[in-house]
Design a protein around this ligand. Structure first.
Ligand code: ADP
Ligand code: MG
Length: 698
C-alpha cells in the first residue's frame, strides 16, 4: 500500500528533487540563492529551468505559469505550454532560464490603485526561489513576485519578503548584542489555522446570495444552531470525512503539511491546520490550500465556503495566524529560555512585540480589514475589533514585578535586575489558554486571531513583521550606543512595560465591559469597519515606519488603501444588488403566491359556510401582506441609496456612504424577509433555508 511518505511532496520541485536532478555546482548556487538571497547567474537559471521542465514533463505537465498574488487577494496564473516548433514540423518541450526568472503577464486588468496608467499596462513577474515550484493539474507553477515596470510592487509577496528581510536585519542586531555571532538570519514562521463551511452544491446553486457574494443575505435563525455545542470536536460525518481525506492527499502531494482537522463550533463548520513553516511559504501554501479546498469540494458534490460570515447568528470563520521568530539555527526567540541570560533576551523580544502591537494597533486592524471580516470582528464569537494582548498569569506577573521594582515570587523576594542571576526560570503558561484574545501568547508564539478566513495571510504578517522590526530597531539603536548594557536593557524593558501595558489584557475579550474599558479608559482603538480603519493606513506615523524600513513606498501604500476600499465598496454593492434581485424575483413572489393561496382557501371555506371565521387564514394573510408592504418600502429605500454612492468625491467618502447608508438599508430589508420566511409554507420558499444548509451535508 502507498503510504503518505511515498507521495508527500511528489508534485513539488523540492530539495530532494533539486539534489537528484541538478549538478552539484548548480545545486549549491541555487541553495545559496534560496538560503542567503545571493543573485542567480543566468547559466544556473538555465540549468535549473531545464531540470524543472524535465521533471515536470515526466509528471505529465504540458504548461508552465508564473504563479502570483495580485492585490485582489487571490492567486493569478497565465499558462504557457512548453512546446516549441522544430524545423521538421514536430514539437519539442522547452523552458529557458529567462522564462523561469521573469515573466510578462498582460496585467492591465489587475488592480493597481493608480500605480500604473493603463497605456503602460505591463507588469512583470519575478521568480521567488525561496518558495518551491510545484505542479497543479498539468501546469508547472513557479511562485513569483509581481511588479510594475516603474518598480512599485503590485502584489502581496513582494512587501512580505521585504518585511521578513527587515525583521531579520533588526533582530540580528539585537542577537549580536547578546553575543550571538553565528546566526545569519532570523526567520518568521507561521502556522495558519483555516476555518471553513461545507454545504451541498445542490443547495448552494439555488442561492444567488451564496453564489454572488459567498454569504447568505437572507435566512431566519434555525430552531437549532450551535447552542448545544455538540458540533465542536464532534464526530465527523462520513461525507465530510471523505472530503477531508481527499483534501489531505491533494495537499500532501503539494508538500503542504496538513496536520490537524476537526469540526468547529457551528454546524457544517470545520478547521484545517498545517504544521508551521517560513512565513513566505506558509502564505503560498495557505493560498493553495484555499484553492484546493474548493476544488476538492466540487468533486464531492459540496461547496467550501471561505467567507467570514456565511450565516448570520452562527459562528463566523477566521484564520488564526500563529506567528513566531527563530534564528536559522532553530532558536525560537519567543520561547523563554533555561537561563536568566536567555530570559533577558526573550524579554526584549517579547517587549518588542508588545510595543509593536500597541504602537501599530491600527495597522494590524487594517491588515485584516475586508467587508466580509467586518461582519465577524466584534460579533460575540470572534475577537473584538479592539486589539489587545493576552500574556497569561505567569508572564504577566514577571512583567509587573519588573515594572514596579517589586520582588517576583520566583526570585526569593529579591527585586529583579535583568541579565543577572536573579531572573527566574519561567513556567510556560500554556494551559490557561485565552480563546477570546485577538493576540494571544501561547508559550512560544503569538496567535493573531483577527484574520478572516478568506484573507491572504500576507497582509497581517507584513504589518506584524514590520512593526516588530521597528521596535527592535529602536531598541538596537539604544543598546548599541550604551556603556552599561545591563542597565540599558533593564530600562528598555521596564519602560516598554510602563508605556505599553494598556495593550495587555488577560480577561474576557468578548465582554462589553472590556470594550468600554479599552476605549474609554485605556484609549485603545476600536475601528469597527473597513471604512473606519483603512484611511488610517496613510497616517503619518504609519507611512514613516513602513517607508523608512523600506517595506512599502508611500505610493504603494496609497494604492493599497484605495484598492482595499474599492473592494469593500464593490463587494457591498454586489450584495445590495443581489438582495434587490432576490427580493423582486424570488422572495416577494413566493410570499405573494402563498398569501394568495391562503386567501383563496379561506374564500373557498366561506363559500361552503359563510359564517366560518377563518381566523387563521385572515390573520396570516394580513401579516404576510403587511410584511410584503414593508419589504417593498425597504427595497425602494435600498434602491434609492445605492446610486448616491457615485456622488462621493473619492473612495474614502464612498466607503463611508457604503457603511452608513447601504449596509444599514440592507440590514433593514433583511428583517421583514426573514420574518416572512418563518410564516411561509416551505414548499413556496424559493431557496434552501438555514436548517437545510447547515444540516444538509451527510
Ligand atoms: P491550537 O491553537 O488549535 O491549540 P496549536 O497550538 O497546536 O493549536 O497549533 C496551532 C498552529 O500553530 C499549528 O499550525 C502549529 O504548527 C503552529 N505552531 C506551533 N508552533 C509554532 C511556532 N513556533 N511558530 C509558528 N507557528 C507555530
Ligand atoms: Mg488556535
Amino acid at each position: 500500500m502507498r503510504t503518505v511518505s511515498d507521495y508527500f511532496g511528489s508534485m513539488v520541485f523540492d530539495d530532494r528533487v533539486m539534489r537528484a536532478t541538478l549538478s552539484s555546482d548548480v545545486y549549491s548556487s541555487l541553495r545559496k540563492t534560496i538560503d542567503e538571497g545571493a543573485t542567480l547567474d543566468i547559466s544556473v537559471a538555465n540549468a535549473v529551468a531545464e531540470a524543472m521542465k524535465n521533471w515536470a514533463v515526466e509528471k505529465g505537465a504540458t504548461h508552465f505559469t508564473h504563479w502570483f498574488q495580485p492585490l485582489t487577494g487571490i492567486t493569478a496564473e497565465k499558462h504557457d505550454s512548453f512546446i516549441t516548433q522544430a524545423p521538421d514540423g514536430s514539437v519539442i518541450m522547452e523552458f529557458s532560464g529567462k522564462e523561469l526568472i521573469k515573466g510578462e503577464p498582460d496585467a492591465s486588468s489587475f488592480p493597481s490603485g493608480g500605480l500604473r496608467a493603463t497605456f503602460e499596462a505591463r507588469g512583470y513577474t519575478a521568480w521567488d526561489p525561496t518558495s518551491y515550484a510545484f505542479i497543479k493539474g498539468k501546469t508547472l507553477c513557479i511562485p513569483t513576485a509581481f511588479c510594475s515596470y516603474g518598480g512599485p510592487a503590485l502584489d502581496k509577496k513582494t512587501p512580505l519578503l521585504r518585511s521578513m528581510e527587515v525583521l531579520s536585519k533588526q533582530a540580528l542586531r539585537i542577537l549580536r548584542l547578546f553575543g550571538n555571532t553565528t546566526a545569519k538570519r532570523v526567520v518568521s514562521s507561521v502556522g495558519p489555522e483555516q476555518e471553513y463551511f461545507l454545504v451541498t452544491r445542490e443547495m448552494y446553486e439555488k442561492r444567488p446570495d451564496l453564489r454572488f457574494s459567498g454569504r447568505t443575505l437572507f435566512g431566519a435563525k434555525p430552531p437549532k444552531g450551535q447552542e448545544l455545542d455538540d458540533h465542536y470536536f464532534g464526530v465527523i460525518k462520513p461525507g465530510v470525512t471523505s472530503y477531508m481525506e481527499d483534501l489531505n492527499d491533494e495537499l500532501w502531494k503539494l508538500g503542504i503539511l496538513a496536520k490537524t482537522e476537526h469540526n468547529e463550533v457551528a454546524p457544517a463548520q470545520h478547521e484545517l491546520a498545517p504544521i508551521y513553516t517560513t512565513t513566505n511559504v506558509a502564505t503560498d501554501h495557505n493560498q493553495l490550500t484555499m484553492e484546493i479546498m474548493q476544488k476538492v469540494a466540487a468533486r464531492h458534490g459540496l461547496v467550501c465556503l471561505l467567507h467570514e460570515k456565511p450565516f448570520a447568528g452562527v459562528n463566523g470563520s477566521g484564520k488564526h495566524n500563529n506567528w513566531s521568530i527563530a534564528t536559522d539555527g532553530g532558536q525560537n526567540l519567543l520561547s523563554p529560555g533555561e537561563t536568566p541570560y536567555e530570559n533577558a533576551q526573550f524579554l526584549i523580544f517579547l517587549c518588542a512585540v508588545i510595543k509593536a502591537v500597541d504602537d501599530y494597533q491600527d495597522l494590524l486592524r487594517i491588515s485584516v480589514a475586508t467587508a466580509g471580516n467586518d461582519h465577524r470582528l466584534g460579533a460575540n464569537e470572534a475577537p473584538p475589533a479592539v486589539i489587545s494582548i493576552f500574556l497569561g498569569d505567569e508572564l504577566n506577573a514577571v512583567l509587573e514585578a519588573i515594572e514596579s521594582d517589586t520582588p517576583y515570587k520566583g526570585t526569593k523576594r529579591k527585586v529583579m535586575k535583568l541579565g543577572v542571576e536573579v531572573l527566574p526560570k519561567f513556567n510556560r503558561d500554556t494551559t490557561d489558554r485565552n480563546r477570546t484574545s485577538p493576540f494571544a501568547y501561547t508559550g512560544n508564539k503569538f496567535e493573531f486571531r483577527m484574520l478572516g478566513s478568506s484573507n491572504s495571510i500576507a497582509c497581517a504578517n507584513i504589518m506584524l513583521n514590520s512593526a516588530v522590526a521597528e521596535s527592535l530597531r529602536i531598541y538596537a539603536d539604544i543598546l548599541e550606543k550604551t556603556d552599561d548594557f545591563q542597565a540599558a536593557l533593564h530600562d528598555i524593558i521596564k519602560n516598554t512595560i510602563h508605556d505599553h501595558k494598556r495593550i495587555i489584557f488577560n480577561g474576557n475579550g468578548y465582554d462589553d465591559a472590556w470594550i468600554r474599558e479599552a476605549t474609554e479608559k485605556r484609549g485603545l482603538l476600536n475601528y469597527r469597519t473597513t471604512a473606519d480603519c483603512m484611511p488610517h493606513l496613510m497616517d503619518k506615523k504609519n507611512v514613516d515606519m513602513l517607508t523608512s524600513l523600506g517595506v512599502f513606498t508611500e505610493e504603494e501604500m496609497r494604492s493599497r488603501r484605495d484598492i482595499m476600499l474599492e473592494n469593500y465598496c464593490k463587494s457591498v454593492v454586489i450584495e445590495a444588488n443581489t438582495m434587490i434581485s432576490m427580493v423582486k424575483t424570488m422572495i416577494a413572489p413566493a410570499i405573494e403566491s402563498y398569501a394568495a393561496d391562503v386567501a383563496r382557501a379561506a374564500a373557498a371555506k366561506k363559500a361552503i359556510s359563510p359564517d366560518l371565521p377563518c381566523t387563521y387564514e385572515t390573520s396570516l394573510v394580513k401579516t404576510l401582506s403587511s410584511l410584503l408592504d414593508e419589504i417593498c418600502i425597504k427595497t425602494d429605500k435600498l434602491e434609492s441609496v445605492l446610486p448616491k454612492l457615485h456622488d462621493a468625491k473619492d473612495v474614502v467618502e464612498e466607503s463611508a456612504w457604503v457603511r452608513d447608508n447601504i449596509l444599514s438599508a440592507m440590514g433593514e430589508l433583511r428583517v421583514p424577509c426573514d420574518k416572512a420566511e418563518l410564516l411561509t409554507d416551505k414548499k413556496y420558499w424559493p431557496f434552501p433555508t438555514y436548517s437545510d444548509l447547515l444540516f444538509g451535508v451527510k
